[in-house]
Design a binder for this molecule. Sequence first.
Ligand code: MG
Ligand code: MG
Length: 629
Amino acid sequence: MKTSIATVSLSGDLRDKLIAIAAAGFDGIEIFETDFVAFDASPREVGAMVRDAGLEISLFQPFRDFEGMPGAARARAFERAERKFDLMGELGTDLVLVCSNVSPEALGGIDRAADDFRELGERAAARGIRIGFEALAWGRHINDHRDAWEVVRRANHPNVGLILDSFHTLARKIDPDTIRRIPADRIFFVQLADAPKIDMDLLYWSRHFRNMPGQGDLDVTGFMRAVAATGYDGVLSLEIFNDQFRGASARSIAVDGRRSLLALADRVKRQEPAAALSVPEMADRVAVTGVEFIEFASEGTEAATLGAMLTALGFSRSGRHVSKAVDLWTQGAIHLVVNTETDGFAHASYVLHGTNVCDIGLAVADAAATAERARGLGADMFAQPLAPGQLAIPAIRGIGGSVLHFLDAKTDLARVWEIEFTPLPAAPGTGVGLCRIDHIAQSMRYEEMLTWLLFYTTIFETAKTPMVDVVDPAGLVRSQAIESPDGGFRVTLNGAENTRTLAGHFLAESFGSAVQHIAFTTDDIFSSAAALAANGFETLAISPNYYADLGARLGLDAELVTRLRAANILYDRDETGEFFQLYSRTWGEGFFFEIVQRRGGYRGYGAVNAPFRIAAQKRGMRPTGMPRA
Ligand code: MG
Ligand code: MG
């Protein structure tokens, strides 16, 4: 297979796009006529520029309103085609996309269209050009790949083939398995796009909301499995019309695009092992069994404040690094690391963001395979010189420049705490019953959410849950959870649209730090709340109005409501179980801890409570932002 991307998918002028596309490792591009027309260079110069960037022009598009035209309009359509062929010759490409006719003048008729394509095929063959026919979902007479294929079949010309586009097939809910009956050599090109499920006009949906395979809700994998089953092993190309992408960094969108294509092809190859699709070798998606550690970068008085907060949360300082200014804090199966080194990555992170989570350690099935897969999918690898006694732990860059380390039970990595840390004498028992990390909440600009969604779901064996809107009094924050199948690893991505929201404020004031809150689980929230109070932990005070509403809304018994209210515990339930949450006060620019208890099969995150929690947090923060610590 070869990978390609349409130039319309990216922002910038043609030169910027080519640089980004080549850097991401694509083989070729689809060149859109408008991109070319808007660019100030001759077709020959553009062709040379593409080839100088190490790319090929896989496709030229679009050629519209061709087939089924009557009389003079038909003659004009052929004349227009000849001019496109001239242009293609100068650009140096041999494949043109003809999309199905949307003109009210078009007459329809499969045989009429087939005759037009046979004649066009003859003219194209004389120039060494191939014609690919694509059924637009909103084509006037042809809007289904099965009809486009019938036209191609009846045209019966070697220079006329089919172009398949996942959006057009899946948006119309056409069974992709019907592709399996098409011979591979008649499929000239395959375009891939996903999209969120939104009920709207097909054309508008397609032009504004397409996204990368894996980012939306369409069964692009099922579509691609059918394509692969035919024996097709040609170009897989992204044709993504998305307003947000056109406003984003071309480089980042190109990296996402290539990642999505490789991950899709890898998945398809595993599900259709007999397919001819040639896919780069990489490890399969890796299972994450949990969060092994969370590391804070801090210094001086801030580190002391953080330590006091951890103590109030029931953590004990239980180890000291053998060669670095790094402390280990533990409770239950939770490992928190506080790094106060004055050089290296953690220090640089502190200098940029203030006290923050700079590093997350994931417990995975195979640490080396995780790093290998991440590298294959274009992740930025991370390494720094090892201090005496330190293990080489595979790592990559995550959100906001932070780091993800991978630990497994196969090697010495399983004994990292023993090997790298000297135990400290046990402090008097101050535990409050926290067992493990339930979820990590990462804030980002809304535009970055799809990037990180793709990052987590392509590298790890995780899936996304539906996006929910969290109402902050100052604006909307979208929240999407990424979870491993057994819930052992949960991350919530929170996309802020402005800096007046709590998430947006945190992001702006911490200069892009990502982890805004960490949630721990307890098996008994009421006893944990009592123990926290005894430790002097400051719980976020929730408005009494919340409890009056809660009791009425869910018909809870008065005694339970009284207990919840006394301990500032928020409550939610669904068909399968119950959820209890309590929060710390915010710290710095809006970082906080959460303590949760899940009862039964509750899988959510208490999104319904978020507006009340956010209002309480904002009341507790000074309007101009709090001083650090
Ligand atoms: Mg298309
Ligand atoms: Mg939470």
